[in-house]
Design a protein around this ligand. Structure first.
Ligand SMILES: Nc1ncnc2c1ncn2[C@@H]1O[C@H](COP(=O)(O)OP(=O)(O)OP(=O)(O)O)[C@@H](O)[C@H]1O
Ligand SMILES: [Mg+2]
Length: 362
């Protein structure tokens, strides 16, 4: 069903349409299309220099696009100055004012009476769980607390859209994980539509309703964390998100994928050059004893590492010892105990979890 432009505008609260941006001769963004629903939490994910901050700055009105529009409902806001967009922004570095107290930092953009300001600041301090720090200066609170002040400041004017540029990247892993959960809870409580930039795929997958994977100024895939992880649309996404085995394939006479002489129960689409098989380590099935099956293969356990409850092993195929396969096995798996270096083991690759890509260089 195709939607009439009007009803589409109603469904999509924010619509980025065909945004492109060049810096000199360098194409930083190329024809970016993105739709957000009200209340959604969307993460822009990609490696350094792929254009995440540039896209966020264009949405905020801090950078001007060469082409394209930004629609809020049926209104093109793509040329409005930042103040008229009223978005809350937290930048890549905290950028609190060092000479202002926590309370004054939070109240910075508020235009109201002193009493009202004090009430609003108290409310926001409560929201980000920083009661009692109002009279301190940024240098007198921790990095995690500074980020929460930055967040409170961004939320002060009750913005309709919250734009976060790597708000957690300067923090250590533990604080980062806690703040990530807090941020998500806060966002859901307030229902504020949020776009967060990160280059940390784990962060994006754990926090977002939808993830936008970017590379070289273009969008590779937009989807729920589950879809991005389970059904990567491109080799780049499959490689960038999560861990994966990449196994060289040949074509059987019937057009099936063939790994080390073993025909697998998946078709090899025509037109794929240098096919490689994608398979997540947790999707490889193991049996301690030899099992006959359509895709059963004998493998040798080369190395086993213990990773907090999961055994991670490197196997090599007996039919081709150069082909290495990584597997993750949990303690409830029947094969957990049998996974020992030097042992032989049966391996099957479940067809429904496999994907085939062309082995283009990334
Ligand atoms: N004002 C500018 N002038 C020239 N080039 C720029 C400018 N701003 C960004 N770029 C270039 O555009 C590209 C995208 O930059 P951007 O800051 O959007 O990347 P990013 O995805 O946010 O990276 P990071 O994860 O490192 O923050 C980079 O190659 C950068 O060098
Ligand atoms: Mg950036």
């Amino acid at each position: 069903m195709t939607l009439a432009p009007d009803s589409r505008a109603k469904q999509d609260w924010l619509r980025v349409a065909g945004i492109s941006k060049k810096f000199g001769n360098f194409q930083a963004l190329q024809d970016i299309h993105l739709q957000l629903k009200k209340g959604e939490f969307v993460c822009l994910l990609g490696s350094s220099g792929c254009g995440k901050t540039t896209l966020l700055r264009i949405i905020a009105g801090l950078e001007v696009q060469d082409a394209g529009q930004i629609w809020m409902g049926s209104r093109d806001i793509g040329k409005l100055p930042p103040v008229q967009r009223n978005y809350g922004i937290v930048f890549q570095s905290y950028a609190l004012f060092p000479n202002l107290t926590v309370a004054d930092n939070i109240a910075y953009a508020l235009r109201m009476s002193r009493d009202e300001k004090a009430r609003r600041v108290a409310e926001l301090l409560d929201l980000v769980d920083l009661n009692g720090t109002e009279d301190r200066y940024p240098s007198e609170i921790s990095g995690g607390q500074q980020q929460r002040v930055a967040l409170a400041r961004a939320l002060a004017t009750s913005p309709s859209l919250l734009l976060l540029d790597e708000p957690l990247s300067a923090l250590d892993a533990k604080v980062r994980e806690r703040l990530r959960q807090e941020l998500r809870r806060l966002q859901q409580k307030l229902g504020v539509t949020t776009i967060m930039v990160t280059h940390d795929q784990e962060e994006a997958l754990s926090i977002a309703d939808r993830v936008v994977v970017m590379s070289n100024g273009a969008i590779e895939q937009v989807g729920t964390p589950e879809t991005i992880y389970r059904e990567p649309a491109t080799r780049f996404v499959a490689d960038f998100v999560g861990r994966a085995n990449w196994l060289p394939l040949s074509r059987s006479p019937e057009g099936k994928a063939c790994l080390a002489g073993q025909v697998l129960n998946i078709d090899l689409p025509a037109g794929i050059t240098r096919p490689v098989l994608f398979c997540r380590p947790e999707d490889v099935r193991l049996e301690a004893k030899w099992q006959f099956g359509s895709s059963a293969m004998m493998a040798l356990v080369e190395q086993v590492d213990f990773h907090g409850g999961v055994r991670s092993a490197a196997l090599s195929l007996c039919a081709d010892r150069d082909i290495r396969i990584h597997v993750d096995v949990g303690p409830n798996d029947a094969c957990y105990a049998a996974l020992q270096t030097g042992k032989r083991i049966t391996l099957t690759l479940p067809a429904d979890k496999l994907r085939v890509f062309s082995d283009t260089s990334l």
